[in-house]
Design a protein around this ligand. Structure first.
Ligand code: NAP
Length: 234
């Protein structure tokens, strides 16, 4: 039985991943910073265990890793995230920006480091980042739809961009092992973050991403892709 650990699993895309993998027969470690917010109906699933994890809090990451000391984790989905739009100049504080670095880049790499023994016990470990094509520098232009809709969004874009680089570097550093990383843009998805106008349902996005996650090979490790598997230029 595969074990899938998902951060930010109490709502949105993370919750849909938890539901999807539990229904597919995997064992799911649903990580939530407030476990009591995990939807009670899903607690009935014998395939789901809910554990406390605040990705932005080092002590919480360490406690979580201790709880996982005996685990084998096949797939770690770094899903927890936050956004504040449009976040142009003067619309965010230094502390809010620092916090997103902690949530999107520093915390996730710390988690990987702490969970490395559990990941390397798997025959095919995968570390998957939920990222955004808003972090693509190559696609940025004043005419770009993402820029027009979201504005500069300095904290979100820079911290997701550094998260992409972090997973690319991890892929290179771990190339001698069987650990594979992938940064996936889930599309514009109807969640609290994506909003009601978003065209893609969380179930559709997760169904497509899970197919990608299942088939990703070592040759593709470290790539930045959309939910169809197309490469997004850095
Ligand atoms: N929706 C989209 O259109 C879209 C597009 C591109 C990328 N993404 C990315 O996809 C991921 C999921 O997005 P979503 O749309 O599902 O967002 P969402 O509905 O706002 O859910 C965000 C999740 O992250 C959790 N979280 C936030 N801070 C956390 C922390 N410090 N520790 C642990 N968990 C934390 C939240 O938990 P709480 O309930 O405790 O706050 C929640 O479970 C994010 O990384 C986002 O950047 C989303």
């Amino acid at each position: 039985m595969r074990t899938i650990a998902i951060t930010g699993a109490n709502r949105g895309i993370g919750l849909m991943f938890a539901q999807h993998y539990a229904e597919a027969g995997a064992r799911v470690i649903a990580c939530c910073r407030r476990p009591e917010t995990f939807p009670p109906p899903l607690l009935g699933s014998s395939n789901i265990v809910v554990r406390a994890l605040d990705v932005a809090d080092a002590a919480s990451c360490e406690r979580f890793a201790q709880d996982c000391a005996e685990e084998t984790i096949d797939t770690l989905i770094l899903n927890a995230g936050a956004n504040k739009t449009p976040a142009g100049l003067g619309q965010f504080t230094d502390d809010e920006w620092r916090y997103l670095f902690e949530l999107h880049t520093i915390g996730p790499l710390r988690l990987v480091r702490l969970l490395l023994p559990a990941l390397l016990r798997s025959a095919a470990p995968r570390v998957i980042g939920m990222t955004s094509r808003l972090a693509s520098i190559a696609e940025l232009s004043a005419e770009n739809r993402g820029f027009r809709l979201r504005g500069a969004s300095y904290p979100y874009r820079t911290t997701k961009c550094s998260a992409n680089l972090m997973l690319r570097l991890l892929a290179l550093e771990m190339a001698g092992s069987n650990l594979v990383t992938l940064s996936i843009d889930p599309g514009w998805v109807r969640t609290e973050m994506g909003g009601a106008e978003a065209p893609i349902a969380a179930a559709e996005s997760v169904a497509k991403m899970s197919r990608l996650i299942d088939r990703v090979s070592a040759a593709e490790s470290g790539q930045f892709v959309d939910l169809e598997g197309n490469t997004i230029p850095w």
